[in-house]
Ligand binder design. Sequence first.
Ligand SMILES: *[C@@H]1O[C@H](CO)[C@@H](O)[C@H](O)[C@H]1NC(C)=O
Ligand SMILES: *[C@@H]1O[C@H](CO)[C@@H](O)[C@H](O)[C@H]1NC(C)=O
Ligand SMILES: *[C@@H]1O[C@H](CO)[C@@H](O)[C@H](O)[C@H]1NC(C)=O
Ligand SMILES: *[C@@H]1O[C@H](CO)[C@@H](O)[C@H](O)[C@H]1NC(C)=O
Ligand SMILES: *[C@@H]1O[C@H](CO)[C@@H](O)[C@H](O)[C@H]1NC(C)=O
Ligand SMILES: *[C@@H]1O[C@H](CO)[C@@H](O)[C@H](O)[C@H]1NC(C)=O
Length: 437
Amino acid sequence: MAWAIHGLLLRFVLFAGTAQGLQLQIKRNNLPVSNSPLSARAGGLPLDNSADISYYAQIALGGQNFKVLIDTGSSDLWIAGKVVESNSTGLNASVKYAANSVTGPIKQARLDFAGHQIPDQAFLEIPSESKRTEGDGILGLGPSSGSFIAQRLSSGIGAPVLERIFLQNRSAPNFFTILLGRDKDPTDFFSGRVTVGEVLEDYPDIVKQPQLPIVKVPESESDDQHLQILLDSDGITGPDGKSIPITSSVDQTANKSQATVVLDCGFTLPQLPRFHGSEFRQVPGIGGAWVLPCEQEVNITFKFGGKMYPIHPLDMSMYFQPFTYDRGESPNYDMVLGMAFMRNVYSLFDYGDFIENSSKVSSPYVQLFSITDMAEAHSDFVTVRLGEVDTTASQGLKPTDAGTSSAKKLTYGIVVAVVVIAILVGVAIFILRARRR
Ligand SMILES: *[C@@H]1O[C@H](CO)[C@@H](O)[C@H](O)[C@H]1NC(C)=O
Ligand SMILES: *[C@@H]1O[C@H](CO)[C@@H](O)[C@H](O)[C@H]1NC(C)=O
Ligand SMILES: *[C@@H]1O[C@H](CO)[C@@H](O)[C@H](O)[C@H]1NC(C)=O
Ligand SMILES: *[C@@H]1O[C@H](CO)[C@@H](O)[C@H](O)[C@H]1NC(C)=O
Ligand SMILES: *[C@@H]1O[C@H](CO)[C@@H](O)[C@H](O)[C@H]1NC(C)=O
Ligand SMILES: *[C@@H]1O[C@H](CO)[C@@H](O)[C@H](O)[C@H]1NC(C)=O
């Protein structure tokens, strides 16, 4: 049986100084990063898609080019290496992720990012020995309340990149958008885009989508604020077409059937499904991992603001469970929707616009535009995973099959898996970076 790690050459990289956490990278076999011109999705800054695991953007600091991981789950910029044209602030800082951290001097340099310039952007310069195999650092696009550099350099010049851009021109809109490509998609060839203050030409309707308010965490925990929104009531539809009951464990959620979800495109490690047919295996260099047979098609749909967001079955097969996690007594979110979800939407994050003659901004929100067509997604799946032979009808997921006990068991197995995905998946990886206290 063709087990999941299809066609990928696995490479595991330990984050410098990491005790419990493994930073996983998957390097694919010499395929071009993007194999067609992006004219149809013109605008914004192209992203490099590294095997659907990491998305990188090119920025310039002090005129030097760097390739940085785009991350909506953190808020600081750091570079491994020397930025020649930069000034020192005389301060050091650490940017802490849940299982690892980077430390170095806070410097300032001119930043060029997605068509915007900041004359003196603060960033952390860490020793180049700490450089990961791919990419030169991380660009955090998350809320500034989570920024370690801003805490250290509180005079305002320590603010993260997006806040600096937004403050620079208060009459320009305060949003950024992200489109993530799918590595093995046989019909859509694009690697991804990020924009600041503008919308991709191909998706003007993003601005007409429901505005999903960003859920604020309690003031005392503002450093744990992420780009998080409420899922509709029981807003996950499983492979059997039924919604999966959810009970939120977030205290401040009024309606417990609504989960609080964090949208996080920097979510580096993939997911932990215990699908029927999945197998626990020892993977060299990483230990135990769940592996899913890649022929299994899993259809899942999320619902936000009354709109359905189907997930491409090619995104539903990720494989690893390298560590445990703990969200603590009173979690601020129920789950994390990482890259696998974000490849199915064009997303807009609005940090709230400045209100005229006031220091206030309007409330931040997210807009999601579904870009996955289920019929096309199904045919993609049959092409990529099943060698053009559609055997999904015999995968026992149709309600009509539910009569036989083995089919029932399979359906049950899948539904359990979905719940596991929803609740654990995101969380496990996310927690790597999210814990700050
Ligand atoms: C910053 O770190 C460097 C290297 O560890 C150290 O030499 C220096 O004294 C530190 N500076 C401050 C202000 O703590
Ligand atoms: C660095 O310092 C010099 C001298 O004070 C100043 O002219 C320059 O603008 C500074 N550059 C940055 C990027 O802050
Ligand atoms: C500020 O943004 C507005 C609206 O996008 C634009 O018209 C104006 O030219 C910008 N101003 C500067 C100084 O860039
Ligand atoms: C939660 O929302 C659902 C759907 O809108 C509704 O049916 C249910 O009664 C609500 N529950 C509570 C406790 O308000
Ligand atoms: C904002 O201030 C300007 C200049 O003082 C004034 O002309 C304008 O009417 C004010 N706008 C609002 C909405 O109060
Ligand atoms: C998944 O959805 C597609 C499109 O609706 C459908 O053709 C396919 O049979 C479904 N797969 C399974 C395993 O139910």
